[in-house]
Design a protein around this ligand. Structure first.
Ligand code: NAP
Length: 253
């Protein structure tokens, strides 16, 4: 489906690689225009944008550290300048933060993980709410947060920082669903299980995925596309009565 200047607009944070890239391409395929952000991998971000254009849609790329409120403000300003409307925010950018025992808990490390995985989502959700609220002149819309099944399982060993940050994402989702429903904004979270992306370089990459695949009830790791399809559904009118949901995409894990 090609996009025109009246087409819906989504901001996808961390749209350069992995799940974010799959989300950006899936939305573009469904006729959305996309503003995607990246942290450092410029080539991957522009490759995603090129693919979006080949699909007949429009893309804007913004380099931004999601942990910086000023960077988030710049993302929304550039998206507004390019497209003039906003219909969805996909809060996808996130980090594992490596492996670290609780015996080595460290403020700098914890702040890095929580700044990216939690505070960044607050900044972007606030900006999206201001742009989309029907009480502030907007058209309404939706926010989809990328959480993780780690929020309820405790995640992998030595990654308490990551699991706890995703627990905060779940709580934020539930709270914002209540606060923003009167503003015409639905807020949901998708909780992936083991998905084949580069994020697993934090703990052994493909080797770890291979080892853990048999522990998934479905017997395999998931693909980014399998998460992206659910995110796109939550952005769409076909999910118009789904709000405050924490949706596992985890092969039964
Ligand atoms: P990924 O392949 O590592 O990609 C991460 C993306 O986020 C990249 O686009 C990266 O940009 C961007 N990013 C990282 N830190 C950022 C920052 N501080 N500011 C802005 N952008 C930043 O990760 P993924 O596996 O697709 O994960 C996407 C989301 O799903 C994350 O929130 C993750 O926690 C969640 N999740 C993933 C899995 C899984 O198994 N893969 C499971 C559960 C939850 P650059 O390309 O520039 O580095």
């Amino acid at each position: 489906m090609s996009a025109d200047n009246n087409s819906r607009v989504a901001i996808v944070t961390g749209g350069s690689r992995g799940i974010g890239r799959a989300v950006a391409l899936t939305l573009a395929q469904q006729g959305w225009r996309v503003c995607l952000t990246y942290m450092s991998n410029e080539a991957a971000a522009h490759d995603t944008a090129d693919h979006i254009r080949k699909l007949g849609s429009q893309a804007v790329v913004v380099k931004a550290d999601i942990a910086s409120q000023a960077d988030c403000q710049r993302v929304f300003a550039q998206a507004h300048q390019a497209f003039g409307r906003l219909d969805a925010l996909v809060n996808n950018a996130g980090v594992v933060g490596g492996q670290r025992s609780i015996f080595d808990a460290d403020a700098t490390h914890l702040r890095e993980v929580f700044d990216a995985n939690v505070l960044g989502l607050f900044y972007c959700a606030s900006l999206a709410a201001s742009a989309m609220s029907t009480q502030k002149g907007g058209q309404g819309g939706c926010i989809v947060n990328l959480s993780s099944v780690a929020s309820r399982t405790g995640g992998m060993l030595l990654e308490a920082h990551y699991a706890a940050s995703k627990g905060a994402v779940d709580s934020l989702t539930l709270a914002l669903a209540k606060e923003l429903a009167p503003h015409g904004i639905r807020v949901n979270a998708v909780r992936p299980g083991l998905i084949d992306t580069e994020i697993h370089e934090a703990h052994g990459g493909q080797e770890t995925l291979k080892k853990l695949a048999p522990t998934v009830p479905m017997g395999r790791v998931g693909q980014a596309q399998e998460v992206a399809d659910v995110v796109a559904f939550l952005c769409d009118k076909h999910s118009s009565y789904i709000d405050g949901a924490l949706l596992d995409v985890s092969g039964g894990r």
